[in-house]
Design a protein around this ligand. Structure first.
Ligand SMILES: [Zn+2]
Length: 469
């Protein structure tokens, strides 16, 4: 059996961390088994569709590297891949169920609730087939309902949770086709999964409640259901399910911040799954090799932004040098750094960043205004309690800097040591005033590298403005 998984987003907005995890598991599982990953757009809820959202979803998946084998743009043997284009297939399968007796027309209307009990009474179940057909042909408004079992149980096999049993009496003869001819969600999903030969339905636990109805539909079609696997819910740091509303970052925004797609795939794969050796930093290839539904837990898992950032840092540190430079150099150029100085600064900052956007934040010192820098200097030496002697340090620095003939990182490092000896201070009493004067920061990466990147004239000018204040 060729494994076939699917991801079926609705085009209602961009993908976010809460819903893209499902795509990642389906993709990894399909790749692990050398199978196919199918992309299906569930766009039948026309009012909720957002123009352009489908293109956005495709862009997000492509950027994450989750390439699909079949989908609305690439086609495939089981298309079309937009649910709205499958209405005729759905109707044909509805007719098939009616003919086989698995479904029947009901003339009571879709909403038959009376008070608390929203279940349908089954009034039209026993209508003579000929009577029902004549009424349908005469144009009587009707819906099509599944003939659900009255008693017993509905047993769903879930790869993560084991067998899940639902009492049949909890499921009424639910609607498959509405009076306007549109099919309902569960019916469309089952027909599509069946025709697309989906072997594994991997999705969020929120879908568990749909599963018994879908199981009954598979049985009504006399077809073997797929293997279900309901992933644990991901909770947001503030509690509640992680969603766009609870602040789950959009994939497109993470991309804009210069995040690494491999790091996002890595982090999200750890939400509910663990590597057999408990390894946490994994390349996409390693994830594909190791992913396994047996190691997915059933209990809720929590999204941890700090952990995601840590995973991002590890991936940033592990990038090939040329890949890192290709991402970093445009950011450095934007900040006003280029050439050999830019490469050195990038190396000095690499271990501190999880995204290229963070690199930009660390480069703010290059274009920091004099007013802001001087204000930070005054506040910083007071807050750090290094005001004593700071004036001397800056004075020695301003007189020593012009004498430096070579302007390299190591020459600047020697200069800083010489300033310390001349002023008779060391450690934080030396470094904090200098770092504040040159960069406006109290802490940061190797100071000599940053000062070297400013150039001698600018480094001197910054000392003079501090000395003059
Ligand atoms: Zn009825």
């Amino acid at each position: 059996m060729t494994v076939r998984t699917r991801f079926a987003p609705s085009p209602t907005g961009r993908l976010h961390l809460g819903n893209v995890r499902t795509a990642i598991f389906n993709w990894l599982f399909a790749r692990h088994h050398g199978g196919a990953f199918v992309l299906r757009i569930e766009d039948t809820d026309v009012e909720r569709n957002v123009p352009g959202a489908e293109a956005g979803v495709l862009e997000d998946l492509a950027w994450l590297g989750l390439e699909w084998d079949e989908g609305p743009d690439v086609g495939g043997a089981h298309g079309p891949y937009r649910q709205s284009e499958r209405a005729e297939l759905h109707r044909a399968h509805a007719r098939q169920l009616w003919i086989s007796g698995g479904a029947y027309p009901c003339f009571c209307g879709e909403e038959v609730s009376s008070g608390e009990d929203r279940r349908y009474s089954g009034a039209c179940r026993s209508l003579e087939v000929d009577v029902a057909r004549r009424r349908v042909e005469a144009g009587d408004a009707h819906v099509l309902r599944l003939r659900a079992p009255d008693a017993g149980e509905v047993r769903v096999r879930d790869e993560i949770r084991g067998d899940i049993i639902f009492p049949a009496k909890d499921i009424d003869d639910f609607v498959l086709v509405r009076s306007d001819g549109r099919t309902t969600y569960n019916f469309g999903v089952v027909v599509d999964d069946m025709l697309m030969r989906i072997t594994h339905v991997i999705r969020g636990a929120g879908h568990l409640s749909n599963t018994p109805r879908q199981q009954l539909l598979w049985e009504a079609f006399d077809a073997a259901p797929p293997t279900f696997a309901h992933l644990p819910d991901v909770l947001s740091p503030g509690g509640g399910k992680l969603s766009k509303r609870s602040g789950a970052a959009a994939v497109a925004d993470l991309r804009g911040e210069g995040a690494l797609p491999g790091a996002i795939v890595n982090y999200l794969s750890l939400l509910g799954w663990s590597h057999p050796d408990e390894r946490e930093i994994l390349t996409v290839e390693e994830l594909i090799a190791a992913v396994d539904l047996d190691r997915v837990g059933a209990s809720d898992t929590a999204f941890d932004p700090e952990k995601m950032r840590w995973v991002g840092q590890q991936h940033m540190a592990a990038l090939e040098d040329d890949v890192f430079r290709a991402g970093a150099l445009p950011v450095l150029a934007d900040a006003g750094l280029d050439g050999a100085a830019a490469v050195e600064v990038a190396s000095a900052l690499r271990g501190r960043i999880a995204t290229f956007g963070e690199l930009a934040e660390h480069l703010a010192y290059v274009r920091l205004s004099d007013g802001e820098r001087l204000a930070r200097f005054r506040a910083g030496i007071a807050a750090e309690d290094v005001a004593d002697g700071a004036k001397e340090v800056i004075g020695w620095a301003a007189s020593a800097t012009p004498r430096l003939t070579s302007w390299t990182r190591s020459a600047v490092a020697a200069l800083i040591r010489e300033i310390g000896q001349s002023a008779g201070v060391g450690g934080r009493n030396l470094y904090i005033p200098l770092r504040l004067a040159w960069t406006g920061e109290v802490h940061g990466p190797d100071l000599a590298t940053l000062v070297m990147s400013l150039g001698r004239d600018e480094a001197l000018r910054r000392l003079e403005t501090v000395r003059a204040q």
